[in-house]
Design a protein around this ligand. Structure first.
Ligand code: CP
Length: 309
């Protein structure tokens, strides 16, 4: 069992069979996570460095836990406490780290394309943990693992992606992944937060949230990324909430089962009401647990781990 690409930089053009292999392997590791002893020796002897140049809670802890559950040795690098602050270059930084015999690098970086650049500087396997507004492939894989676990299939599944599409690497990776796996995707949000020509990726756009709720099996609700907007791209939070906020009242108007997802971090009371986030309809914390299993699968498959018992 192996993947076609040596690195995981994004889901654009990523083979469907590889996505399915990762999801299937993630299900195996989900079982490991339910055991009293949540650890297997699959990556014993491998060393992985987590290079975080941008803040993270879920992705960083999830990768570190996945590495520990697989018995790999892990090292965490944080840009804010590194010699980058003394003027050391990105290239020197990563080449010095690799000189210490690293098998894989997991990298989050604010600049789109930084993980690709990293592959030019190091021989280690590179996994993109989010690069600016470009891609977040492991988040999309954990989202698809969560959807397949909930529904049993991806082909033909109707997924609405709601909110700030323009600034969202989660949205782009989900679009690439879901379309590759045969799901139907509709985007919904303010016109100013939906990139032009995005339909060319095979998605539909509908600006009416109620229509999308009526149509969808699941909604993936995105955070409004104020920090990535030069100017506010919608008139007010109040207007955003009224047109695109996921509230119990709005959901109650549609007499149907629908699953609510959110990659986190959430702006409670803006894109999602607290009561919805904490309801049985939301699988947000399942996504987090599936994230550990999905990242175990990705590391295991990319690093050629030994089959665990
Ligand atoms: N979903 C996600 O990437 O969260 P973090 O920024 O906390 O890692």
């Amino acid at each position: 069992m192996s993947l076609h690409h040596r690195h995981l930089l994004g889901l654009e053009g990523y083979p469907a069979e590889d996505i399915q292999t990762i999801i299937d392997t993630a299900f195996t590791f989900r079982e490991v996570l339910d055991r009293p002893i949540k650890k297997v020796p699959s990556l014993q002897g491998k060393t992985i460095v987590n290079l975080f140049f941008e803040n993270s809670t879920r992705t960083r802890i999830s990768f570190e836990l996945a590495q520990k559950r697989l018995s790999a040795d892990t090292v965490n690098f944080s840009a804010s406490t590194s010699s980058l602050k003394k003027g050391e270059s990105f290239k020197d930084t990563v080449q010095n780290i690799e000189a210490m015999k690293i098998d894989a690098c997991v990298m989050r970086h604010p600049t789109p394309g930084a993980p690709l650049r990293l592959t030019e500087y190091v021989d280690a396997v590179v996994i993109n943990a989010g690069d600016g507004t470009h891609e977040h492939p492991t988040q999309a894989i954990l989202d698809m693992t969560s959807l397949q676990k909930k529904f049993g299939y991806l082909k033909g599944l109707k997924v609405g992606i709601i909110g700030d599409i323009s600034h969202s690497r989660v949205a782009l990776s989900n679009i690439y992944g879901l379309i590759t796996m045969g799901a139907e995707v509709t985007l919904c949000g303010p016109a100013t937060l939906i990139p032009p020509h995005i339909e060319e990726l095979g998605v539909k756009i509908n600006y009416n949230l109620d229509d999308v709720i009526e149509w969808a099996d699941a909604l993936n609700v995105l955070r409004i990324q104020m920090e990535r907007m030069g100017i506010s791209l919608f008139p007010s939070v109040r207007e955003y909430r009224s047109l695109f906020g996921i509230t119990t009242e709005r959901l109650a108007n549609h007499k149907k089962e629908i699953i609510i997802m959110h990659p986190g971090p959430m702006n409670r009371g803006v894109e999602i009401e607290s009561a919805v986030a904490d309801s049985d309809q939301a699988i947000i914390l399942d996504q987090v647990l599936n994230g550990v299993a999905s990242r175990m699968a990705i590391l295991y498959l990319l690093l050629g781990g030994k089959a665990e018992s």
